[in-house]
Write a protein that binds this ligand. Structure first.
Ligand code: ATP
Ligand code: MG
Length: 673
């Protein structure tokens, strides 16, 4: 698998507790461990009971305690860091030049109380904790004036702008349950989520900007409202001045309402919530099927995220954290909004793509804002890998101390590429929307173990994670493949149920074995040192003539080809062998397959690489060269769609597809064959 000495982070420091001890403690004496962690946040009323596990797999944390997420994110820091930046907002979609294309933008910023600096490559707005306190209070006041109360659901359908952060925090302040819907989803998906949550309000914008393209959010919301069975009472519109629209009867203009609250110096007292009160709903990415409405609590969520910022990310108050993500998925919730603020850090919020206006934009932002910790998904890095790599060396990125990646397997070539150019630890770690924070990770703070290439690390405190044999339910020995499972109770911060669907919570996650093991639906294997390796999703295992092969293992072999940008392997039905792997390969330079000769060469090399690492059984039956792969909005490859196309079947629920053109690219690549 990999050589543990290949990639040491650094040697162990002596006065630091050992992570192994922390872990052990967290499993053998859960209540004591989490009682200790709970001290990291402010409780209006102390918890009466740390864990109620009388009704597993449902677990209740910090029972009877009362707290407020927004208070912990904002108010609590005013004494010590009122003038420190809470957020640095950057948008490469709006720059000096583009203020001419969208002349309304400058006035709209003023209307919204934002003072913005325009540069040639981006617009920037700094927001101190004090500013954030004011804005969140205004926003909460506007919500209250429009009838939003504790327990009401509010759908937030917005791009990466600060008002989206205010909206989330304002909901948390008054105890409303937010449900952020990924920007750019079709009206139909929005309507489904509005109905599922029975949303009382939708918060949106006139338009979003993505890669220079204007996305008509307002129109999508109008259609969504028309299609929804449960109509919201109001649509609160943050007008960015990008796209003129005709207001509807239920529309409320945020800038006008904000002005009222601002003139009145509105202050909204935080509503103290019992720890197990739902804080938000968020749907999973839908990579393997219909998305599930993950429900998160309040106190456990706050404690878990605060602890993770210290123990896992080694982030300190005053440092700058940049989770390059979108608020529409779990990383954006946990690590763009909540965790950095809970920890008193500065969070970078970025509207824009990794390669616009040029592939140096990330590093330019890192340099200009002295980012200390980075976090993104491998897909963005792979996009940069396709570009001229000298972009990596033009900026001073020495402020960065670690770079975390999650969401997808991190292939060796991408990890190496980053390590070479950045010279900081590249740390793969593993989690899910459901968990809300890492399940497997390395812990640079404790530094007791080197990280290993190909492994997202070892189980984090609180997760009694094991690899389990699917048939016997027994724990696998090192080297034996099985299902990655977590013994109930799940630690604080994880989903507490599926929104209004306890049955689906049990059937989706606790259906196996004795009903007390949470199934991640991912296969894994451990090594002798206790490191875990993810082998792919249970959905993505193919059976070739009786041999079970994870498509991810074949993809890893293919990714080692120097001309490969990314690839997807799927299994298709075969009369003789049951299933056969076929590969879809996106080259860094697609022109390379323009000649038959070259194409043949690459095919041979790809087959060679697979056979060498996995044997003849894994040999792809066909290799196609599409220009792109279909992905979810969170950047995950939609293998089930590719498989359906390869088998000429219906692609099923495509609600989370990000790039419809890739569907044609897949079809075309099969025609070219
Ligand atoms: P759905 O559950 O709706 O099918 P999804 O599983 O893609 O969608 P997420 O919660 O966003 O939704 O993704 C979590 C999954 O991403 C994990 O279960 C795992 O398959 C994959 N994943 C996350 N981090 C890693 C990692 N470091 N290495 C390999 N796979 C990872
Ligand atoms: Mg999942």
């Amino acid at each position: 698998m990999s050589d543990p000495t290949k990639n040491p982070v650094s040697s162990q420091t002596t006065d630091m507790p050992k992570f192994a001890d922390i872990y052990h403690n967290s499993i053998t004496d859960r209540e004591q461990f989490w009682a200790e962690q709970a001290k990291r946040i402010y409780w209006h009323k102390e918890p009466e009971q740390i864990l109620d596990d009388s009704n597993l797999p449902f677990a209740q944390w910090f029972v009877g305690g009362e707290t407020n997420l927004c208070y912990n994110c904002v108010d609590r820091h005013l004494e010590e860091r009122a003038e420190q930046d809470a957020f640095i907002w950057l948008s490469s979609e709006i720059n000096q030049e583009l203020t001419e294309t969208f002349p309304g933008v400058v006035d709209a910023f003023k209307d919204l109380g934002n003072s913005v600096e325009f540069y040639t490559d981006y617009a920037k707005r700094r927001l101190t904790y004090n500013d954030l306190y004011k804005e969140v209070n205004y926003f909460a006041d506007v919500l209250q004036r429009h009838g939003i109360e504790k327990g009401d659901r509010v759908v937030i359908y917005m791009p990466m702008i600060l008002e989206a952060a205010y909206a989330m925090l304002a909901c948390a302040r008054i105890g409303a349950v937010h449900s952020v819907v990924f920007g750019g989803f079709a009206a139909h998906n929005l309507a489904i989520r509005m109905d599922d949550a029975e949303a009382k309000m939708v918060i949106t914008v006139d338009a979003g900007l993505r890669g220079g393209k204007v996305i008509n959010y307002k129109n999508l919301v109008n259609q969504g409202v028309a299609q929804a069975n449960v109509k919201p009472e109001h649509v609160l519109v943050v007008n960015r001045g990008v796209l003129p629209f005709k207001p509807q009867d239920i529309d409320v203009d945020y800038a006008t309402e904000r002005r009222r609250s601002c003139e009145a110096n509105a202050v909204v007292e935080p509503v103290w919530l019992e720890s197990n009160t739902p804080s938000y709903l968020l749907y999973t990415s839908g990579t393997t099927g219909t998305p599930k409405g993950v429900q998160r609590d309040t106190g456990g969520h706050a404690v878990a995220l605060t602890t993770s910022m210290d123990y896992i990310y080694d982030g300190k108050a005053g440092e700058t954290f940049w989770a390059i993500s979108d608020i529409g998925w779990a990383v954006g919730h946990s690590y763009t909004i909540y965790a950095p603020l809970l920890a008193g850090m500065t969070s970078v919020m970025y509207e824009g793509l990794p390669h616009r206006p040029n592939p140096g934009i990330w590093w330019r932002i890192v340099e200009a804002n002295k980012v200390n910790i980075l976090f993104t998904a491998p897909t963005g890095v792979r996009m940069l890998k396709k570009q001229d790599e000298t972009w990596m060396t033009r900026y001073d990125v020495s402020s960065v101390k670690s770079f975390f990646l999650a969401g997808e397997p991190l292939d060796e070539s991408t990890a190496n590429w980053l390590t070479q150019h950045l010279g900081v630890p590249i740390l793969d770690h593993y989690w899910q929307t459901e968990s809300g924070w890492p399940i497997l990770s390395n812990t640079p703070k404790f530094d007791h173990k080197p990280h290993k290439q190909g492994s997202p690390g070892y189980p984090m405190y609180g997760y009694d994670a094991q690899v389990i044999n699917e048939e016997t339910g027994k724990v696998c020995a090192a080297g034996e493949k099985g299902l990655l499972a977590i013994k109930a109770p799940l630690p604080p911060g994880c989903l507490t149920t599926v929104w209004r669907n306890d049955e689906r919570f049990i059937s989706s996650y606790f259906g196996l074995f004795d009903g007390q093991q949470y199934s991640t639906s991912d296969y894994a294997v451990t090594d002798e040192d206790g490191y875990f390796y993810i082998l792919g999703r249970t959905d993505d295992v193919i059976n070739v003539a009786g041999h079970r092969i994870g498509t991810q293992e074949i993809e890893e072999a293919i990714s080692s080809h120097p001309e490969m940008a990314e690839c997807a392997v799927v299994g298709i039905q075969d009369e003789l062998k049951g299933e056969l792997p076929i590969a879809f390969c996106v080259l860094k330079d697609h022109e390379q397959v323009a000649t038959t000769e070259n194409r043949f060469r690459i095919e041979q090399q790809v087959v060679g690489a697979v056979v060498k690492s996995l044997g003849g059984i894994a040999r792809p039956a066909a290799i196609y060269f599409p220009q792109a792969l279909p992905k979810t909005r969170s950047g995950k490859i939609l293998r089930r769609a590719i498989r359906a196309l390869a088998e000429d079947k219906d692609t099923g629920d495509m609600s989370t597809l990000d790039n419809p053109a890739a569907i044609d690219a897949i079809k075309q690549s099969m025609k070219d064959y």
